[in-house]
Design a protein. Structure first.
Lengths: 113, 232
């Protein structure tokens, strides 16, 4: 899928990838790939500015943990505000997606005027 | 190979050393995890592929610059409000000490002191209102992925508000200094005079520290602006 198409929805994608539980950057990317059936294949680095920005906005929190390998890694968690934001974006996305699906089928999706 | 890539990453984020340290650690963990995911591969090739998959460090500079600018602006906003509170605490402590010591201004300096006190009060409350307003303004701005012209304009407004608040706090500190001198001039100097002098020194240190912080932020913002221009 086109990277430019994904960029506009990156925040929602990252929030959704963190919905199952806390994860570090690499695991977030793996989750995005897995959930999208490998369709979303962004340059891996793209995810980090998004994680930092979402944390700054209060939608994520993060802390350093020591991995089994002994390396320090930053683990991100959805905050309550982040969960609310994700729910809101999901609702907007469904509405938008239904409307587009209706348009592409050539059938009106809303009530007749 | 990874070390050289990480050094390159750190260099592109040199406008914020704390951010650079954190990002470099995260990137290193990411690259090593990518390589470890397929241990059977040739090491050098795996490193090259991991780096290529991550992307060119310069591609992320603009986004991290936006994050650094916003974080710094919030910190300065908080520091300005804390400086206002510290000045208020020092003023209250001095007044309480004067009351406890039953010290008062001599008759001949009272008209001058009244004028200085009026300037002091107006400047203080104006600084408090501007400082809190600036913090609310910065807090209400949405984080953006790219520091575009509108974003940088918002930060310039915040910087003007910040500079205004600090100029007013400087007036407060000077007024407090004059009032303290007027009061101490009318009494016999002894060890108890150290309390208002210490409170005044604390005010000067707090306001000075925030001014230094604002200076560093302006320099960093200039560095980021120059970087953004270079990147086109």
């Amino acid at each position: 899928m086109e990277g430019e198409m994904l960029k506009g929805h990156l925040d929602m994608i990252v929030l959704a990838a963190l919905a199952p539980g806390p994860a570090h950057g690499y695991a977030v990317i793996e989750e995005i790939r897995r959930k999208s059936g490998q369709a979303f294949d962004l340059p891996e680095g793209t995810i980090y500015p998004a994680l930092h920005r979402l944390e700054q906005a209060g939608l994520l929190s993060s802390k350093w943990v020591t991995a089994e390998s002994g390396r320090r890694r930053r683990v991100y968690t959805l905050t309550r505000q982040g969960s609310r934001a994700l729910a809101e974006r999901r609702a907007v996305w469904r509405e938008f997606s239904d409307a587009i699906a209706g348009l592409l089928k050539g059938a009106p999706s809303g009530k007749p005027a | 190979m990874i070390e050289a890539y990480l050094e390159q990453f750190a260099a592109t984020l040199s406008f914020d050393r704390a951010l650079a340290r954190r990002v470099v650690q995260e990137v290193e963990d990411h690259l090593r995890e990518t390589i470890a995911a397929d241990p059977a591969r040739d090491r050098a090739q795996a490193e090259r592929d991991a780096i290529a998959g991550f992307g060119e460090p310069r591609a992320f500079t603009v986004q991290f610059a936006a994050i650094a600018l916003a974080r710094r602006a919030r910190r300065v906003g908080v520091a300005v409000v804390l400086a206002v509170l510290a000045v208020l605490a020092a003023m209250k402590a001095r007044v309480a000490w004067y009351a406890a010591m039953q010290w008062s201004l001599s008759e001949e300096v009272r008209p001058l002191a009244a004028r200085v006190l009026a300037v002091d009060r107006y400047a203080f409350w104006l600084a408090a209102v501007i400082g809190v307003g600036m913090l609310l303004y910065i807090g209400s701005r949405r984080a953006r992925s790219v520091p575009d012209a509108a974003y940088r304009k918002q930060h310039r407004y915040a910087a003007y508000l910040c500079a205004a608040a600090m100029a007013l706090l400087l007036v407060v500190v000077i007024s407090d200094g004059v009032l303290t001198m007027l009061l101490l001039a009318g009494i016999e100097l002894n060890a108890r005079c150290a309390v208002p002098v210490i409170a005044l020194t604390a005010e000067i240190v707090c306001v000075g520290a925030v001014i230094v912080m604002i200076g560093a932020t302006i320099r960093r913002a200039g560095h980021i602006e120059a970087l953004l221009k270079l990147q086109g």
